[in-house]
Design a protein around this ligand. Structure first.
Ligand code: MG
Length: 384
């Protein structure tokens, strides 16, 4: 049961290279399957979200984050009668372009690539599914539907959009030049990504000992659900783990319910009659104003209290050094890369090095660093 404003696989804008259908799957199910079987997807398990992979076994990785995004996305999509398969495909692929070591890795790689076109993870996710995966005899990449690909390109500067449009007229970057929106399915993943990471980063932050319960009480979104949980279950005062889990569960539900209601109100107001009409409207997937403020407050708290925590930044600074050292080493001696990249470097230059490093897991990058420099990437893992 799809709403008229949902993306319909029968009316997909198609794949770059035409392929016969694959019954009984729809085109978006097929995209989801290709993503799950890709190499880049398997690597997500050893890529950092906030904590570097060796810091503990219980922290989120990009794989578990992507699964949480898919779960939240699907449950909202079902209520709004959006296309669940497309939502799932975008969710599972949305972080494929991330470097090892999270945002620090991306910033360092962007720095290294400044003179060669820069590096940005959304664009890289698109490169992964369009070119870098090599699994099919007839084409590079996964040859996904345009609706899935556009969901990966959340942001795109005009200069880059113009270049993409020149290479693929009326393609994935068109909307940035035309001032249009992506599908509701893509808009949904954008919002759900934030819902997922702000909840699980609290969980991981507390588990790691870097975030304390006390200052979290100053965050309204957390505080109200924590108090409600305590009132209903006074015994949770003695069980901090369960109290945290229950608080986060309530927080997630409240944000999901709010997003559903606020988005339904927008849909009701604008009454898009098709998936195409959605593109010409303002963004429709949203929080209510009060929830948007609460969510912004929480993000500011996490930024100051967790992402900028000295223990996190000392690891991320180290991660930046590792990425820069790898980049310099491969550029100086391309034969340190596998044959395919080494010969690619002669023809296509520094982008080959960026693609190679971006594809690494945290632990592979650490091992390469040790091999190339003779130095240990990180101090011995702390026991968490
Ligand atoms: Mg994400």
């Amino acid at each position: 049961m799809l709403a008229r404003y949902a993306c319909d696989p029968e009316h997909t804008r198609g794949r770059r290279i035409g392929e016969p259908p694959s019954p009984p799957r729809t085109e978006y199910q097929r995209d989801r399957d290709r993503i799950v079987h890709s190499t880049a997807f398997r690597r997500l398990v050893y890529k950092t979200q906030v904590f570097v992979n060796h810091e503990g076994d219980l922290f989120r990785t990009r794989l578990t984050h992507s699964l949480e995004v898919a779960q939240l996305g699907r449950s909202i999509a079902r209520t709004l009668q959006l296309n669940e398969d497309l939502v799932e495909a975008i969710a599972l692929a949305h972080d494929l372009g991330h470097t090892p070591f999270g945002h620090a890795g991306q910033d360092a790689l962007h720095d290294c690539m400044k003179e060669y076109g820069g590096f940005e993870h959304n664009l890289q996710s698109l490169r992964v599914v369009d070119r870098l995966e090599q699994r099919y005899p007839a084409f590079d990449g996964l040859n996904l539907c345009l609706e899935t690909r556009e969901g990966l390109l959340k942001r795109c500067p005009a200069r880059v959009a113009a270049a993409l449009e020149a290479a693929e007229p009326d393609g994935v970057a068109r909307r940035f030049l035309a001032g249009q929106q992506a599908s509701l399915e893509a808009q949904l993943i954008d919002l759900v990504d934030e819902i997922a990471y702000s909840a699980h980063d609290i969980d991981d932050g507390v588990r790691s000992g870097l975030l304390a319960f006390e200052p979290l009480q100053a965050v309204p979104l957390f505080m109200q659900h924590c108090q409600a949980a305590r009132t209903q279950y006074p015994q949770l005062a003695e069980q901090p783990r369960r109290l945290l889990a229950e608080t986060l569960r309530r927080m997630l539900s409240a944000q999901v319910e709010d997003a559903i209601a606020a988005t339904q109100a927008q849909i009701e107001h604008h009454r898009p009659h098709s998936a195409d009409a959605v593109r010409r409207l303002p963004p429709l997937v949203c929080f209510s104003e009060p929830m948007r403020e609460q969510s912004a407050h929480l993000k500011r708290f996490l930024f100051a209290g967790l992402y900028r925590h000295p223990q996190v930044t000392s690891t991320t600074e180290r991660a930046c050094d590792i990425v820069r050292a790898l980049f310099a080493a491969y550029v100086a001696l391309p034969t340190q890369m596998p044959d395919e990249q080494a010969s690619g470097f002669d023809r296509r230059g520094h982008r080959v090095v960026a693609d190679y490093i971006a594809g690494m897991t945290d632990r592979f990058a650490s091992r390469e660093y040790a091999r190339l420099t003779g130095r240990q990437a990180f101090a011995l893992p702390s026991a968490v």
